[in-house]
Design a protein around this ligand. Structure first.
Ligand code: F0G
Length: 345
């Protein structure tokens, strides 16, 4: 087989694939790393955008899900479950469908972007809306695994982090070294943990001579790690990271410590400004949560001349409501050349 065949095949030597004889893949990974010309100029640095919205289900979750579902299948699982703010559910539903497994997803009622809900439904998952938030949905999914044979595919499943570390591999493969700074949105804190694992494994194997500072960004209304305590009722327009008690809190603190990095907060206004900026000036339409990585470097600045990669974790098309509600309504005109000329003159 020629061409890209999914990250499990491409990076097989970096995983423990004992007992796996069939990959469940949708050819995820190998996403574009686009040079951000305007942001680079504005920040006097070399800024790149890792466009994870171009994965098969439109987010970085596919990197972890190809591994989690492949392993679950190898272990004979027939049913998987996740609690989700939307992207994990879309990805789990897609990969479970590919594997011929049943998928149950628990999402917070009314608090997930419409595109993500649509994905989970159309991929054929059993979608249950919880009267509660993400943290409660995740706890319920965990608890259920003690009552029936069902495999959890949230990032507390170690196979997820293993797959997601490949995002770091790809960045080094393109840049020829690690960036100085890796800027990334933080919700449940699995992805920042996964990227650090990827960078450190590549570093110890001699693929990059340096390691990045890991800069994580939480939404100000859902910033438990920044505050140092769980947030009972997290709120943010960036629903993907509307999380009050991250499962990978401790590993994320270790990442920050080891990399000399930081986790800081950006407000919803800053997120939306960055979200519109990357679309308007870099032509990348990401979802609001993803833009936290760009909002963070705009807010806090970066050292002059440094190489910075912002991970844009999900596709903007997943959340059409936010795109439309933060834009001016397009005017309606008569279908005549006169009206058109009047409008454009
Ligand atoms: N960006 C997007 C678009 C996400 O969907 C998520 C998490 C994150 C960033 C944060 O990543 O949790 O590893 O720190 N979404 C999860 C979900 C919680 O259910 O889809 P994290």
């Amino acid at each position: 087989m020629t061409g890209w065949n999914g990250l499990l095949r491409e990076y097989a030597q970096w995983f423990n694939l004992d007992g796996v004889d069939e990959f469940v893949t949708l050819q995820e990974g190998n996403t574009p790393l686009i040079h951000a010309d305007r942001l680079s100029e504005r920040l006097e640095a070399d800024v790149w955008l890792k466009c994870e919205g171009l994965n098969p289900s439109g987010s970085f979750k596919d990197r972890g899900m190809t591994m989690a579902i492949t392993k679950a299948k190898a272990n004979g699982a027939q049913r998987v479950i996740c609690g989700s703010t939307g992207n994990t559910s879309a990805s789990a539903a897609a990969y479970a469908a590919k594997a011929g497994m049943d998928c149950v997803v628990l999402v917070p009622e009314g608090k997930i972007a419409l595109g993500k809900l649509a994905q989970a439904m159309v991929y054929g998952a059993e979608v249950l809306q919880i009267r509660g938030n993400f943290d409660q949905a995740l706890n319920l999914a965990r608890e259920l695994t003690q009552h029936m044979a069902i495999t959890i595919v949230n990032s507390i499943n170690p196979d997820r982090i293993e797959g997601q570390k490949t995002g770091a591999f790809e960045i080094v493969d393109v840049l020829g070294n690690a960036p100085d700074i890796l800027s990334i949105p933080v919700g449940n804190a699995g992805n920042i943990t996964a990227y650090w694992r990827g960078f450190t494994q590549y570093h110890f194997a001699g693929h990059c001579s340096t390691l990045p500072k890991m800069w994580g960004f939480q939404a100000a209304g859902a910033a438990p790690i920044v505050l140092g305590r769980p947030v009972e009722n997290p709120e943010t327009i960036a629903t993907a990271i509307r999380i009050g008690n991250p499962a990978s809190w401790v590993p994320a603190l270790e990442v920050i410590h080891e990399s000399l990095g930081d986790i800081r907060a950006v407000t919803d206004d800053e997120i939306i400004e960055a979200y519109r900026y990357v679309a308007r000036y870099e032509s990348v339409f990401c979802e609001p949560a993803s833009a936290a990585s760009v909002a963070g470097i705009l807010k806090f600045g970066v050292p002059k001349g440094s190489t910075v990669v912002c991970v844009l974790t999900g596709n903007g098309l997943k959340d059409p409501e936010t795109a439309v509600s933060t834009s001016a309504t397009p005017p309606v005109i008569d279908a005549t050349i006169k009206a058109l000329l009047e409008k454009l003159s």
